[in-house]
Design a protein around this ligand. Structure first.
Ligand code: TYD
Ligand code: MG
Length: 459
């Protein structure tokens, strides 16, 4: 048999190479180049002489189709998707294996099925056998839900079957297990994932059903198969959380039908995922007052305020280059904060290991957490506790100045709601003060302009 031509494709950005190499020249990623059978994407086969059909242009101004969104009955999902599911839209749900994607989608499917007596909700599992899904449904108390369930991986079979249905919602769990016979690479490779997704998306758009694609995340934190899929779909949701914790965050990173950065908070219980109505209270539930190294940060996730505890530990180092370990925040940002505190407040961390943890397994990316991190670190270093009923937010600049952040009122309102008595915040300047000005709160707000004044709080 003639040897098939193979080609090496970067699984991260899709760049092609004729032989294997450790690093992709195009995107700079390591260990992401994989051998695949050469595809038929040969441009020389395109017949440029072929007559096309005239396309119609219309004025920008015109009437629009309004989407009647499907409400899933799970408020957190409706919020993250921008107010419900849009018919014909394709939603990619990414996350680490075992985080709860199948559980969440089975709950969504069952929720929608019970609204419509189940004629139109299809759950196709490529990873688990029917019995395994049934066991899960039993555990979730959804065994009676009228969901149409199948275990299949051949995309042609799936498409032929769905063609004949009036499907409203289809869940494919997961896209990495699906395959098309024509593509010779293994399921889960870029070629297969892209082709399978393409075929399924085409069907979803034509038939107008909501398509959920589950995608596993690789170690690098991208959906395997990967970026290629992100721009083929309408919405990308990431399901994140630490394995040992029961909080799960569903985060919209792309949404053609709503705002991004919106989050939904769930708690994994023994009967499945439960929506969390008041996440701040939950994230602060296990906090112990009057402990050094702890500081409550008033953050914003999407359109929602979220209070979390930032914990720091500073201990004498036995290493020549002291250790900095961070969970849930950016480690470069921690180094920067430590450098600012050393340079502007004459503190010395060079003989200390510094550990930073966002309690509850949440990941924060807001620079507004800078000030809370600085407070937690100073508190740990000096072994002096901050008042337990104080919240903090603000961004720190390299010269030690504390910069204002967005949505101060929303953050303070949430803090007040949860019974906090004081807040350390960035200065609210002239125009801002007049126009957006801080509303009246029961909690006392202390505006601080520079990090060298922070130390005063610890005397
Ligand atoms: P699963 O949905 O299978 O994860 P994924 O599809 O993302 O790989 O979730 C698996 C984990 O969730 C598993 O470790 C057990 C836990 N779990 C619960 O804690 N409670 C439950 O009710 C269910 C169904 C799962
Ligand atoms: Mg699964």
């Amino acid at each position: 048999m003639a040897k098939k031509n193979t080609i090496f494709i970067c699984q991260n950005c899709g760049a092609h190479y004729s032989k294997w190499q450790g690093k992709c020249d195009s995107c700079g990623e390591w260990n992401c180049i994989v051998e695949e059978i050469e595809n038929n994407d040969d441009f020389s086969k395109i017949n440029t002489k072929k007559e096309g059909r005239i396309i119609d242009f219309v004025p920008l101004k015109g009437t629009m189709q309004t989407y009647a969104r499907l409400q899933t009955g799970i408020k957190e999902i409706d919020r993250v998707t921008g107010g419900g599911l849009v018919p014909g839209s394709v939603i990619l749900v990414g996350g680490d294996p075992g985080i709860g994607k199948s559980t969440l989608l089975l709950q969504v499917c069952a929720g929608l099925a019970s609204q419509s007596e189940g004629k139109d909700c299809y759950y196709i599992s490529g990873e688990e056998a029917i019995d395994q899904v049934r066991i899960r449904a039993n555990r979730l108390g959804l065994a009676e839900s009228p969901v149409n369930l199948a275990s299949a991986t051949n995309v042609h079979n799936i498409i032929t079957t769905l063609e004949k249905t009036e499907a409203k919602i289809v869940i494919i769990d997961s896209i990495q297990t699906m395959y098309l016979d024509e593509i010779e690479s293994t399921p889960g490779s870029v070629g297969q994932v892209r082709a399978c997704a393409y075929e399924l998306i085409k069907l979803a758009k034509r038939k107008g059903f909501v398509l959920f694609l589950v995608g596993h995340v690789t170690k690098q934190g991208e959906i395997a198969g990967p970026r290629v899929l992100e721009h083929m779909v309408d919405t990308v949701l990431y399901f994140e959380g630490e394995r040992g914790h029961h909080f799960r965050i569903l985060r919209a990173v792309k949404n053609r039908y709503g705002a991004t950065d919106e989050i939904g908070v769930f708690e994994m219980q023994d009967k499945g995922l439960v929506e969390v109505e008041n996440p701040s209270a939950l994230f602060l539930a296990e906090r112990q007052g009057n402990i050094s190294g702890s500081c409550v940060f008033a953050g914003i996730e999407g359109s929602r305020p979220l209070l979390v505890e930032i914990q720091a530990l500073v201990s004498p180092s036995g290493y020549s280059s002291p250790k900095r370990a961070v969970v849930g925040w950016d480690s470069n940002r921690l180094s920067m904060i430590l450098a600012v505190l050393e340079a502007r407040c004459s503190m010395n961390f060079s003989a200390h290991d510094v550990y930073l943890n966002i309690a509850g397994g949440l990941k924060i990316s807001e620079p507004a957490a800078d000030l809370a991190v600085a407070m937690a670190v100073i508190s740990a270093l000096t072994n002096k506790a901050l008042p337990a009923d104080m919240v903090v937010f603000g961004e720190i600049g390299l010269s030690g100045e504390i910069r204002s952040v967005t949505q101060a009122n929303l953050r303070l309102k949430e803090a007040q709601k949860l019974g906090f008595a004081s807040a350390i915040i960035p200065p609210v300047f002239g125009k801002d003060k007049k126009e957006k000005g801080l509303k009246n709160y029961d909690l006392s707000c202390y505006e601080i302009g520079n990090v060298h004044r922070l130390i005063n709080w610890f005397n």
